[in-house]
Every structure is written in structure tokens, then in C-alpha cells.
Design a protein around this ligand. Structure first.
Ligand code: NAD
Length: 344
């Protein structure tokens, strides 16, 4: 395993987003130069993205580029000028439900955007290219907990289909051009500075303003919730776990993980390895807020998975670490941030 700890220029796409902000912050605090690329899309409140970015810009080693990843030549220019050692690709059109109504933005941001990234990386290869994917790629696979070697062939939303496509595209470039690639499959990430389109944020907003919350599949849903600090720690450790093309013949190989037989490429689940009942998460939230929610119980929404649950043994074998923040603590940290940010 090659160590990248001496390498200090990172390109982070989606740096004004929830996860990108936290990852950028951590690397800046470690003294990295960070080039953050984000088009500040209007998918959700832009002022939240601007506020995250304002914090990053307080550090003189942060450089922001407001551009779309799919814009021809935009990523290539950054790769050529900065020759980043590490690239963390988080920019994407996220969200399962929105992808049913707006598939084209997923095609453009996720598929064309990742293609432009791979083309630039082919020409100016970084030490390590790390790309965000999602637990949604497991789709119709109902064998839980999900392992990286499990079948992920039957995506149930166009969002998941675009993410699965980016995994395959990255694998082919990794194989053809020897690019070291790690794919993260993130499981429902939450915490301070989180995303307004996600359930926890929407529930908090609704409970605090006395509105009704929509509880899908009549509450019979389970999600593996990953606290943001745990996720960032995992990402940080994986930066140093550069896959090598000799993985399969070396002792480094993690038996039966998401490693490729033909490329320096691996897939790693990042989750809490605990599948929480949606109703328990709502209880934790009601406790943290000190108020009971008015609930409207509704059928499952098209494209949604009933359960997600991560097997994180590959992450643990690679890094010696696995996320473990419990949901009550994570939810109460989120509520504290929410009240503070919105001055409540
Ligand atoms: N948050 C989660 O629970 C979760 C779960 C699984 C996977 N992911 C993946 O992790 C990554 C980060 O997610 P997040 O929760 O921080 O989402 P986010 O929406 O907060 O961040 C994504 C950022 O990318 C930017 N962006 C979108 N399209 C772009 C484009 N075409 N060009 C440039 N910038 C663009 C947005 O403005 C945004 O700031 C995404 O790839 C997402 O699909 C997130």
C-alpha cells in the first residue's frame, strides 16, 4: 500500500456540498492545498452552499472554481494547472426522488461529468482518484447486510443507475490506463451542515414549525445512517489506501472485497453497519427536539429501497476503523447545529 501522506494538493468536486465541505475542511486543517470545484447548483438552498464555502475560503489554501464538471475542458484545465495528487469526486446530482422527474440533470452531472473527470485523469493521472457512489446501487438486492461483492445489477432509480454507470466507467479507465480508483458507496449520511432534501433535515424543519412529516412505507423502512464525522474519517483513511494493480497477487488483498481482478480499483462501503428503523430515528429526533411529530403515514415512494444496511468489514480491514456514532448522539448534534444555524 502506497502512502500519500506527503502529497498535498487535492481537487475536491462538490466542495460546497454537504460531504465535500466537511472533507475539504479536514484536508485544509491538515495543511493541504484544496481546489474546490462546485457549480452551486440550485437543487437546494444555495445560501447553505455559500455559507459552507465562506468557511472554506477563510483558509488561504482553499481555491474555489464555480463551474460544472461536465463543461468541456473545465476539469482538464484544473488538472493541467494544478496536477492534483488526490482527486475526490463528490459533485453529483443526488437524490432518488428528484431523479424520476429530472433525469437529464443526472445524465449531465453524473455521467458526462464523471466522463470529463476520467478523461482529465487519464491525461494528468493523480496518485489516487476517489469517487462517490451510493448504497442505492444495491437496488433490488435484498440480501443484507450489503457487501461490495454482492450483485448490484438491478437499480431501482435513475439516480442509482447513473451512479452504477460511473462505477463501471471508472473501472474501465482504471483497467485501461492504470488509474488507482476507490469507489465509496455511502449510506445515508447525516449531521451538521446536512442536506435540506434529506429526511432528517425535512423532519426537523417540519417538527420545529408544527407541520406534519411524511413517513413513507407506513414507517416500515430501515436505513443505515452514517454520521458525517465518521464518514470523513473513513474517507481520510482511504486516501492513503491506494489500490495497486498487483493487489490480487499480493498479501494486501482483502479477501472477497470489492477489489477488481484486472485493475487498481476497489469499491468500499461506508456505513454504520447498523440498520435503524425509521420510527426509531423519528423517536430520537422527537427526543432531541423535545416535541412530538405530527405524522402522515404514506405508501413507499417509487425508486426507494425498503432497507439499507452496510457490511463494513472491507473498510475495517483496509483502515482498522469503522463508523460507530450512535443515532441518538448524531441526531442531537444535528438538531443543535440546526437551531444554531437558523437562530432558533
Ligand atoms: N449524503 C448522502 O447521504 C449520500 C449518500 C450516498 C451517496 N452520496 C453521494 O455523495 C456525494 C456528495 O453528496 P452530498 O450529500 O454532499 O450532496 P450535495 O448535493 O450537498 O453536494 C453535491 C455538490 O455538488 C455540486 N454539483 C452538483 N452538480 C454539479 C455539477 N454538474 N458540476 C459541479 N458541481 C455540481 C452541488 O452544487 C453540491 O454542492 C454525491 O456524489 C452523492 O451522490 C451522498
Amino acid at each position: 500500500m502506497e502512502d500519500t501522506k506527503d502529497r498535498k494538493v487535492a481537487l475536491i468536486t462538490g466542495s460546497a456540498g454537504f460531504i465535500g465541505f466537511h472533507v475539504s475542511n479536514l484536508l485544509l486543517n491538515e495543511g493541504w492545498k484544496v481546489i474546490g470545484m462546485d457549480c452551486l447548483s440550485d437543487y437546494y438552498d444555495i445560501s447553505l452552499k455559500e455559507d459552507r464555502e465562506a468557511i472554506l475560503l477563510r483558509n488561504s489554501k482553499y481555491f474555489s472554481v464555480h463551474e460544472k464538471v461536465e463543461k468541456l475542458g473545465a476539469l482538464r484545465k484544473i488538472f493541467e494547472e494544478e496536477e492534483p495528487d488526490v482527486v475526490i469526486h463528490l459533485a453529483a446530482q443526488a437524490g432518488v426522488r428528484y431523479s424520476i422527474e429530472n433525469p437529464r440533470t443526472y445524465l449531465e452531472s453524473n455521467i458526462i461529468g464523471t466522463f470529463e473527470l476520467l478523461e482529465a485523469a487519464k491525461e494528468f493521472p493523480p496518485q489516487h482518484l476517489l469517487i462517490a457512489s451510493t448504497s442505492s446501487t444495491y437496488g433490488a438486492n435484498d440480501k443484507v447486510p450489503y457487501r461490495e461483492i454482492d450483485k448490484a445489477d438491478h437499480q431501482m432509480s435513475f439516480y442509482a443507475a447513473t451512479k452504477k454507470s460511473t462505477e463501471s466507467m471508472a473501472h474501465s479507465y482504471s483497467h485501461l490506463f492504470g488509474l488507482p480508483v476507490t469507489i465509496f458507496r455511502f449510506f445515508t449520511v447525516y449531521g451538521p451542515w446536512g442536506r435540506p432534501d434529506m429526511a432528517l433535515f425535512k423532519f426537523t424543519q417540519a417538527i420545529l414549525s408544527g407541520e406534519t412529516i411524511d413517513v413513507y412505507n407506513f414507517g416500515d423502512m430501515r436505513r443505515d445512517f452514517t454520521y458525517i464525522d465518521d464518514l470523513v474519517k473513513s474517507v481520510r483513511m482511504l486516501i492513503n489506501a491506494v489500490p495497486s494493480s498487483k493487489l490480487n497477487s499480493s498479501k494486501e488483498k482483502v479477501k472477497d472485497d470489492g477489489v477488481s481482478p484486472v485493475a487498481p480499483f476497489r469499491i468500499v462501503n461506508i456505513g454504520n453497519s447498523k440498520s435503524e428503523k425509521l420510527t426509531d430515528v423519528i423517536l430520537a429526533l422527537e427526543k432531541a427536539i423535545g416535541r412530538e411529530a405530527n405524522k402522515s403515514f404514506l405508501p413507499i415512494q417509487p425508486g426507494d429501497l425498503k432497507t439499507t444496511w452496510a457490511d463494513t468489514s472491507a473498510l475495517q480491514q483496509l483502515t482498522g476503523y469503522h463508523p460507530d456514532t450512535n443515532i441518538s448522539l448524531g441526531v442531537s448534534n444535528f438538531v443543535e447545529w440546526y437551531r444554531d444555524y437558523y437562530g432558533l
